[in-house]
Structure formats: structure tokens, C-alpha cells
Design a protein around this ligand. Sequence first.
Ligand SMILES: [Zn+2]
Length: 64
Amino acid sequence: MSLCPVCSKPASAVAKPFCSPRCREVDLNRWFTGGYAVPAVELDDIDDESLEAAARALDDTPPQ
Ligand SMILES: [Zn+2]
């Protein structure tokens, strides 16, 4: 028997692999809010120069 990855209760047949639809939603929300995401770059590793370059790229507007 598998366990709910959210709360570790036994999974139910209706909400597999979760114990309930509620836990399934909790898990989905974690994905959407980036709870499982691993940052590609540590913020501490970003120096001011790359931040400025990124800001310039974002502000870059096409010529009129
Ligand atoms: Zn659960």
C-alpha cells in the first residue's frame, strides 16, 4: 500500500497516490507555487553586473 506523499497517510483508491482529493490539491499547489522547484542559480551568485544586464534586457523596448 502506498502512502500519501503530502501527509503520509495510506493512499485512497479515489485519489491515488494521495489519501484524499484535498491532499492532491495541496500537492498541485506546491508545484504551481514552485515549492518543488530547484533554483537554477543561487541568488548569492548573481553579481550586480548580471542583474543590470537582465534589467536592461527587460527594459529593452523596440525602436519606434
Ligand atoms: Zn494526504
